[in-house]
Design a protein around this ligand. Structure first.
Ligand SMILES: Nc1ncnc2c1ncn2[C@@H]1O[C@H](COP(=O)(O)OP(=O)(O)OP(=O)(O)O)[C@@H](O)[C@H]1O
Length: 217
């Protein structure tokens, strides 16, 4: 489904002698649930931003179902087929959870009635009662689950999550991983990056990144 074809990334003002991504190759199929581990600065976030079409690789390409992902906020593949949960929770604090859930749809230019889907995704993450709450009323673990719910609004083919369990206690980290397992069983491929070894048993395959190079463990 997703093919990362020998991508390299050289940042213009890098502090390193090596590239942030060095000829990275990766194939993700529909049933996959994969993790990318590796030390801080090894290139995980750069890889995820490139797959999501938010960064342009210096070399190589990213292809989703035969179509090359072109970087830019308006890329239709990026906004409709791939959901990206960035580090942190990134919710808008002045808006209700409901409005936060609709936000990516507005960005994608969709203007339908998504109330039913909002209730559905909140039920999936076990937070069906918070639709009209503001983010400040929720705990860190709950906000992380809302960010996941928001990423599911458009039933993505691929869900990317950069460090989805960072700063969560074990109970909440496992809840998030169980949620990814359910999403994966329902047909969405999942790719996460993590520093957290205890969540790796939830994943079907594990990659390791070191100085921009990616290897399957
Ligand atoms: N905009 C940028 N300009 C220059 N160098 C950058 C930029 N963004 C990242 N880098 C460098 O690229 C390398 C990879 O960074 P990246 O954020 O992808 O690593 P990471 O594995 O996600 O780290 P962490 O686990 O700490 O989030 C790092 O050495 C970083 O300093």
């Amino acid at each position: 489904m997703l093919e990362v074809r020998k991508i390299s990334k050289y940042y213009k003002y890098s502090v390193n002698a090596y590239p942030a991504l060095n000829q990275v190759e990766l194939t993700i199929n529909e049933q996959d649930f994969a993790a990318v581990t590796g030390p801080s600065g090894s290139g995980k976030s750069t890889l995820f931003h490139t797959i999501a079409g938010l960064l342009k690789p210096s070399e190589g390409s990213v292809v989703l179902n035969g179509i090359e992902i072109v970087s830019g906020a308006k890329s239709p593949i990026r906004t409709k087929e791939i959901s990206f949960i960035m580090q942190g929770q990134n919710l808008l604090s002045n808006f209700t959870i409901e409005d936060n859930l609709y936000f990516p749809l507005y960005l994608a230019g969709l203007r339908g009635n998504y109330y039913q889907r909002a209730v559905e995704v909140l039920t999936m993450v076990g937070l069906e009662n918070v639709l009209f709450s503001y983010p400040s009323r929720l705990s860190g673990g709950e906000l992380r689950r809302i960010a996941i719910a928001r990423a599911l609004m458009l039933k993505p083919k691929l869900l990317l999550a950069d460090e989805p369990t960072s700063n969560l206690d074990t109970e909440n980290a496992f809840k998030v991983m169980e949620l990814f397992q359910n999403i994966n069983e329902e047909g969405t491929a999942v790719l996460i990056s993590t520093h957290d070894e205890k969540v790796l048993p939830f994943c079907k395959s594990i990659y390791h990144m070191e100085k921009g190079k990616l290897v399957l463990m």
